[in-house]
Design a protein around this ligand. Structure first.
Ligand code: NAD
Length: 364
């Protein structure tokens, strides 16, 4: 019987509402497959600012670093919105990412047949879409120095630096190839090698790493072309790797393919062991949705699918992860809907009832 320690950081708004359902699903998986999940809960974001005056305590990051995985809700809301405040909710998220060294962000995007009409794209374009974007998360344009604004000759100017070294690129490339190996064996590397030196190094290192994975097909696509291909022929992609900024943009574009924010999970991973497993942070891609917080209507499925990613990437429990994903697919296919997914006039389930439907299919 395997035991896993999970740090739960519900955060703000609908964060606590959906996180509670993610925890229930993990408990049900523990019961059905005979694993023990030990949960410890802590504060992050606005909740931590209100209680402690800071978006996260160093002790919380320390606890996270000792856990097997972190289940994270969402942070932020109008109460803490002042952009000039010195303490802001998202500092908690950024401190966790850098404190835990989470350098890769994984966002799977799968078209659920029963929800295809929720997308703004035509059904024949998105039918069968099953892709995974891996974004580099701790280097590149968002971290490179100098990053500053200054006045030179009485004129304002600003500079950002897109710094990458070969190790940062190689680890993302390895993760991309290894992940593609477990899927349809195709890797698309996104860059802007026709213009940027950092992209030329990116491409060079990806090609070098590709020699270890002769069984995986590699293609390079310029980022501007990629934004077109993602909406013209998204089915052609399997695993996509991209640097921090390009990844930021194409993950949001890719997430719109399914048309429903409440369905999309994500994982942020750091150092991985020989077995490909390691500490990770798992969260839905949506935010704290202050407009519906407290009403009990939030869709818990993105959080439940994030819990499935936790089982896969931090616990090595592939069968259990698939069981959760299948349970989610089943509830959608039987026509159950939360308000965000329902067509006008369709009956809807609240957060708890939707999670109950998933639990029922998991056998609890
Ligand atoms: P949001 O994702 O919170 O909400 C966008 C829209 O989608 C809203 O109408 C909301 O009701 C709906 N929505 C989101 N999740 C849903 C769910 N599970 N079920 C049903 N409907 C859902 O984005 P926003 O409104 O731009 O941001 C609100 C707050 O969240 C801001 O403070 C923002 O900074 C924060 N935020 C946090 C994170 C994070 O913690 N990782 C990510 C994005 C935004």
């Amino acid at each position: 019987m395997a035991t896993f320690d999970i740090l739960v950081l519900p955060g703000d708004g609908i964060g606590p509402e959906v996180t509670a359902e993610g925890v229930r699903v993990l408990e049900a998986v523990g019961e059905r497959f005979e694993h023990v999940f030990n949960f410890e809960q802590d504060l992050v974001g606005g909740a931590a600012i209100d209680a402690l005056g800071t978006a996260i305590l160093p002790e919380t990051i320390e606890k996270a670093s000792k856990a097997d995985a972190v289940l994270f809700g969402a942070v932020g809301g109008p109460k803490w919105d002042n952009p000039n405040a010195s303490v802001r909710p998202e500092q908690g998220l950024l401190a966790l990412r850098s404190g835990l060294g989470l350098w890769a962000n994984l966002r799977p995007v799968t078209a659920v047949p029963a929800l295809i009409d929720a997308s703004t794209l035509r059904p024949e374009v998105i039918e069968g879409v099953d892709l995974l974007v891996i974004r580099e998360l701790t280097s590149g344009l968002y971290f490179g120095q100098p990053q500053e604004r200054r006045v030179v000759d009485c004129r304002r100017e600003a500079v950002d630096t897109n710094y990458y070294n070969e190790d940062e690129i190689a680890r993302i490339a390895h993760l991309g190839f290894q992940t593609a190996r477990g899927r349809r064996k195709k890797l698309t590397s996104v860059d802007k090698a026709n213009v940027l030196a950092s992209s030329r190094l990116w491409r060079e290192v990806v090609v070098e790493v590709s020699r270890d994975y002769p069984d995986v097909e590699l293609e390079h696509v310029l980022v501007d072309a990629m934004t077109m291909y993602l909406i013209r022929r998204p089915r052609d992609f399997d695993v996509i790797i991209a640097d921090n900024m390009f990844g930021d943009i194409i993950t949001d574009e890719a997430s719109m393919l399914t048309g429903s924010m409440g369905m999309l999970p994500s994982a942020s991973l750091g150092a991985l062991g020989e077995d490909g497993l390691g500490l990770g942070m798992y969260e839905p891609i949506h935010g704290s949705a202050p407009d519906i917080a407290g009403t009990g209507v939030a869709n818990p499925l993105a959080m439940i699918l994030s819990a499935a990613m936790l089982l896969r990437h931090s616990c090595g429990l592939e069968d259990e992860a698939r069981a959760v994903e299948q349970a989610v697919t089943d509830v959608i296919e039987t026509g159950l809907r939360t308000a965000d997914l329902a067509a006008p006039g369709e009956p809807t389930l609240d957060t708890r009832a939707m999670a109950d439907a998933v639990l029922k299919r998991l056998g609890s």
